[in-house]
Design a protein around this ligand. Structure first.
Ligand code: 5AD
Ligand code: SF4
Length: 459
């Protein structure tokens, strides 16, 4: 869409909201990863410019946007459940607008299902049609018909939309969008398209503005952050971007999510070490500890390659925290393959793992494989994996006792009088305190450890 079209429809919707006697409200609900949450904040930003107040209360909203995730079937089922629940609200208040966007909405079979069975939905737009949203909203408001746009526009990443952020002290900043890797289980390359990097000066300007605004933690986002820079005119990679962001003045810390092990070079690890604002934590998605499964997943590294990176990281930063993603039950995975994963977990000693049972995603290569591994086995292995990780965390978290951790507090703890936050290492830390701690970074001396967190006293 031409820039002036985008502006014109934004102004047209604004005229409608300004004419109303009561303020118009919009609710944007994002599912899935941080990238999606960041997109949701931009959609809220667009709605705000169009005259809507932003609310978390779905029952009071005139416009409800569900910004969806397609990574596993569970995520999709949750969205269908929520749209189902909205049917009553739409019957009670037929004037509300219900919109569906994000990764799920980019898939044709989902759009067909919505059109067929979920008539309460007024707007559907995909991950490429951001800038079409004002036009779609205006059409839905004025013509009262269902509108849909999942065209794969080649449009630039919108740089001019300012986000309505959900949190003052933490922010996600996308550095690149899309993915070129085509891991055989993953839907992301199909719903988010090819890799596109943002220009470094735009990223730096956004980080500076956030830091000036009091933001204490910047999470750099991308489906594969260490592919950053490919395709830009300027010769820059993710390590160089980290160095430039590290140079920005201010009291803040830098995280990133997620790098791909195949691109985790020694230079990248050295950069994490050298940059004082970059958290000494690496989320390095393993997916499987079997070379056969890694090959079938098209991950393009072996267990030996992966361990080389881990060993290098530990040799330069012994206390370095490493977390990972693991998929259990890839089609035709055997118990021996699974034991390979357990073996890597024990060798690496992850601080934390995010584990998932394989979920078949239609359109991916893995979905075509005839799978002979039973769901029962997958469930059993999954529980075994969680148990092993619990033992590893229990043991490994003890290394923090007596040490001081820098913690950004973000909420109430599990027990009365306790507050919780995350350390630089991405470990949950609990300490005595009150809500005034939220959004502040404090040094905490660690006194106890559990399998899910450590406990300490603020210095
Ligand atoms: N099934 C299960 N887990 C998946 N992931 C991605 N696709 C699938 C799938 N089809 C997991 C991977 C990835 C994380 C974000 O989600 O572990 O790293
Ligand atoms: Fe879900 Fe992946 Fe889309 Fe993020 S990019 S919302 S994890 S499908």
């Amino acid at each position: 869409m031409a820039e002036n079209e985008y502006g014109r429809y934004t102004a047209l919707v604004r005229e409608l909201t300004e004419k109303r006697d009561t303020p118009s409200l919009a609710c944007v609900h994002s599912y899935g990863c941080q990238q999606n949450v960041s997109d949701g904040e931009k959609i809220a930003g667009m709605l705000s410019v169009m005259g809507y107040g932003i609310t978390n209360d779905i029952n009071n909203a005139d416009v409800i946007i569900l910004n969806t995730c397609a990574v596993r079937e569970n995520a999709e089922l949750k969205v269908f459940g929520n749209i189902g629940d909205l049917k009553h609200l739409k019957e009670e208040k037929p004037d509300i607008i219900i919109g569906l966007c994000g990764c799920m909405a980019q898939q044709e079979h989902i759009v067909e299902k919505i059109k067929r069975s979920y008539k309460q939905v007024d707007i559907v737009f995909g991950t490429f049609a951001f800038k079409e949203f004002p036009k779609l909203l205006y059409t839905a408001l004025t013509e009262r018909k269902t509108v849909c746009d999942i065209t794969e526009y080649k449009a630039d990443i919108p740089e001019d939309i300012s986000a309505v952020r959900g949190c003052k002290y933490k922010a996600g900043v996308p550095v690149m969008y899309g993915c070129n890797n085509f891991c055989t289980y993953c839907i992301v390359p199909y719903v988010r398209g090819r890799e596109r990097s943002r220009r470094p000066e735009n990223i730096i300007a956004e980080v500076k503005a956030l830091v000036n605004d009091g933001c204490k933690e910047i999470m750099l986002l991308g489906q594969n952050v260490n592919s950053y820079g490919r395709g830009l005119d300027e010769d820059i990679d993710f390590s160089e971007l980290l160095r430039r962001i590290n140079h920005i003045d201010g009291d803040f810390r830098i995280r990133f999510m997620s790098p791909h092990p195949k691109d985790a070079t020694p230079e990248f690890i050295d950069t994490i070490k050298e940059c004082d604002k970059v958290c000494k934590h690496l989320h390095l998605p393993l997916q499987s500890g079997s070379d056969t499964v890694l090959k079938a997943m098209n991950r393009r590294y072996t267990v030996a390659d992966y361990m080389k990176t881990v060993d290098y990281a530990r040799s330069v930063m012994p206390d370095f925290s490493i977390t990972t993603d693991i998929i259990v039950g890839f089609p035709n995975e055997t118990y021996e393959d699974f034991l390979g994963t357990i073996d890597v977990m024990k060798r690496v000693r992850y601080d934390n793992i995010y584990s998932f049972i394989y979920s078949k995603r239609s359109g991916t290569k893995a979905a075509e494989i005839v799978d002979n591994t039973s769901e029962e086995d997958k469930g059993k292995w999954f529980r075994q994996l969680l148990e092993v990780q619990r033992e590893i965390s229990t043991e490994y978290y003890k290394r923090f006792i007596g040490k001081t951790m820098r913690v950004l507090f973000d909420g109430k703890g599990r027990r009365d009088g306790m507050m919780t936050g995350k350390s630089d290492e991405f470990i949950i830390v609990e300490a005595k305190g009150d809500e005034s701690l939220i959004g502040q970074i404090k040094d905490v001396r660690i006194t106890d450890s559990y399998n899910w967190a450590v406990h300490g006293e603020i210095i």
